[in-house]
Ligand binder design. Structure first.
Ligand code: XMP
Length: 516
């Protein structure tokens, strides 16, 4: 975003870790953004970055179609750090040589520092653990470089050219398995690039408010508020900038969690006093879903009724010029990638839906530079209640994809009770923040039980909690058994429609996080 902050650009050569590099740099208080490797030197120069980081990538430098940067970037006088493929492509471009893989090196290694005068490794301990993942290796450096660290399998593990401020590492300093990776990035960003570390969410608020005012002028903005972190933060930020020029539409689809609709109204209408339109569409959704059990059909129906309700409501909101969305930086990067990201092909997501053709709204996306953890931080800066800021993700189709089989009001009410007990017990045990997402599903299966002297025949529910970095992969959360025991006990005693509780121990893959 702002030219008022020092910026480190990450040139993306297709690594799965490019986002992580930018995040680590931002953790140092320095703004960082990712640009395609094809970005021309002139364009790079025009944003005045204080440093460039060349990311890793899966290619070999000399294969056909391998990604190469504009060679002019090495003449800009800007410090450059090459990571893995970034190191190799820098070496190759500057006249060194890269040997193709005889054997792939993958996993942990100990860093053997050979030059105590290394600027990149200042303060890093001898033998420090690093994480390698490469096939090709440099076998001749370009002129002007020296080796400052090696490993038994890789003579050119860290190379440096202090005169030109070019540095290269064969391993990945951005991943946690490289123990002192943050120190190395800090040495580059702060020590070598002399970046000012003044990027934080406090400053972001002022910049963003000014930018929203400038973009919107005196016009009206509409925001679909779900109560999730992104749209909530978006609402408060925009409201701070333009007050009553913002109108929020909240659609109650009847598929929300217990107390959710009330909480959203309390916070946004009562506390922040925003212009708030509550569309109660529970009946429309439940009528459209009647008798439907197929997961994809449910998703399509929920998506369609949402879009119809949202735009019908929006048309009653007066003269709207902008549609605000809580798009985040990873969405922007993902939609730029040729595949569009793997998740989009597995289940259909319907949060936004296409704009009806007769509406000529412009998009306002004030969070599109931010990572999720920055959005949470921003929410705290803006005074949102902690239980909204630290919320687990919740899917757009809500309990509709957790109420397996036919969706009825009664079954949804049962599921809401189960979910509320599960989440309450997780919070009480102090585990909420350790879990990426916790969810309950109601199964269309009945089992026999006994309660007091009575035989029962009721539905089964499953509990699921996972840890994850980005929802692409996930592992099941290892609860202390007594927490699960309390949940099962309370659910069977307090929820009349359920008499059996299962815990889901499937990872993703092969399972997805949601059941449907
Ligand atoms: P899956 O089930 O595909 O989910 O492993 C990955 C993440 O996406 C969430 N999810 C959705 N989020 N609209 C959303 O906003 C949707 O339609 C949707 N479906 C799944 C899911 O909760 C998990 O965080």
């Amino acid at each position: 975003m702002p030219q008022t902050h020092d910026t480190v650009l990450v040139l993306d050569f297709g690594a799965q870790y490019s986002q992580l590099i930018a995040r680590r740099v931002r953790d140092l208080g320095v703004y960082s953004t990712i640009v395609p490797f094809t970005t021309k030197a002139e364009a790079i120069k025009s944003v005045h970055p204080v440093g460039l980081i060349l990311s890793g990538g899966p290619a070999s430098v000399d294969e056909e179609g391998a990604p190469h940067p504009d060679p002019e970037i090495f003449k800009l006088g800007i410090p450059i750090l090459g990571i893995c493929y970034g190191l190799q492509v820098m070496t190759w471009t500057l006249g060194g040589h890269v040997a193709s893989a005889r054997k792939k090196e993958y996993g942990l290694a100990g860093l053997h520092i050979t030059d105590a005068g290394s600027r990149l490794l200042a303060g890093v301990s001898q033998g420090s653990q690093i994480w390698m993942s490469h096939g090709d290796s440099v076998d001749r450096m370009a002129d002007g470089f020296r080796i400052t660290a090696d490993t038994p399998n890789c003579p050119y593990t860290v190379i440096e050219n202090d005169e030109r401020h070019f540095y290269g590492v064969q391993f990945h300093p951005e991943v946690v398995h490289t123990r002192e990776g943050n120190r190395m990035l800090e040495n580059f960003v702060i020590g070598i690039c002399h970046a000012k570390n003044d990027w934080n969410m406090g400053n972001f608020v002022d910049d963003a408010v000014a930018q929203i005012r400038q973009q919107v002028g005196g016009k009206q903005v509409l925001l679909g508020l779900s109560g999730g972190v992104d749209s909530s933060v978006c609402a408060v930020l925009i409201h701070k900038a333009i007050g009553d020029q913002l109108v929020c539409v909240f659609v109650n689809n009847g598929l929300l969690r217990k107390g959710e609709a009330e909480q959203v109204q309390k916070v946004f209408r009562d506390h922040y006093q925003m212009r708030f339109v509550y569309a109660d569409a529970e009946n429309d959704f439940l009528t459209a879903l009647k008798g439907v059990s197929d997961p994809e059909t449910k998703r399509h129906i929920i998506g369609k009724v949402f879009v119809d309700t949202f735009y019908k409501t929006a048309r009653q909101c007066g003269d709207i010029s902008f549609l605000a969305q809580g798009t985040l930086y990873p969405d922007v990067i993902e939609s730029r990638s040729p595949s569009g990201g793997p998740s989009s092909t597995i289940k259909s997501h319907h949060n936004v839906g296409g704009l009806p053709k007769d509406l000529k709204w412009q998009l306002l996306e004030p969070l599109k530079e931010l990572f999720k953890d920055e959005v949470r931080q921003l929410g705290r800066e803006l005074g949102l209640p902690e239980e909204m800021v630290d919320r687990h993700p919740f899917p757009g189709p809500g309990l509709g994809v957790r109420c397996i089989g036919e969706i009825t009001k009664e079954r949804l009410d049962t599921l809401r009770e189960v979910d509320a007990i599960f989440i309450e017990e997780i919070r009480k045990a102090g585990l909420y923040g350790k879990i990426w997402q916790a969810l309950a599903d109601l199964l269309p299966v009945k089992s026999v039980g006994v309660q007091g002297d009575h035989r029962t025949y009721r539905e089964v529910c499953t509990l699921r909690a996972v840890t994850s970095e980005d929802a692409m992969t996930a592992d099941w959360f290892r609860f202390p058994p007594e927490v699960l025991a309390r949940c099962a006990n309370r659910i069977c005693n307090e929820v009349s429609g359920v008499n059996r509780v299962l815990y889901d121990i499937t990872s993703k893959p092969p399972g997805t996080i949601e059941w449907e």
